[in-house]
Design a protein around this ligand. Sequence first.
Ligand code: ADP
Ligand code: MN
Length: 179
Amino acid sequence: MRIVITGTPGTGKTSLSKTLAEQIHYPRLDVKKLVEQRKIYRIIRGEAEKTVNMRALQRAVTEWFRNHPNGIAESHLLCEFDAGADIVVVMRCQPDVLKKRLEKRRYSKDKIRSNVESEALDYCLVRAEDNYRDGRVMPIDTTRRMSAKTAAGKILNRQGDKVDWSAWLRKNAVRLAKS
Ligand code: ADP
Ligand code: MN
């Protein structure tokens, strides 16, 4: 089974994909490393972050899955195209909890805000559902700590979690509208 793990930064993709890969003896593709090694990016003047070439990344990940039909690929970028996966796990985290996790990581205020808002608006889930058809997408809620075993069980039995951040959106609607 070709497994994609995606989701907003801080939702627990790396932690889960590492333990899951160990547990089910699957190789794991670290997309961040692949992008660096194969230089699948451009540096645009005036932009702080590298711009990933999505077409080239899609080709590279699809090729990796061809060579590893039982494998796990992990990245927030994998919601942006169909990487040829059989199952796409979208990691989720309640926005206030995500904010705390990203603060611990010492992300900039701007980066924290944009990631928290993306999570609140279901950005990655919506993109994944657009790109991966036929019911391949399943959300996993990591707001509360969950053992890798529990997460693995959910994924292998395709039991997705229900998430609903609309209460956060209502509480923050005025601030969002003004920003
Ligand atoms: P990502 O790869 O999606 O950015 P990480 O796996 O690096 O996320 O985890 C981000 C932070 O959240 C880490 O500090 C990690 O310890 C914590 N974390 C990861 N998974 C969980 C979980 N299921 N419950 C609580 N905290 C978690
Ligand atoms: Mn990560």
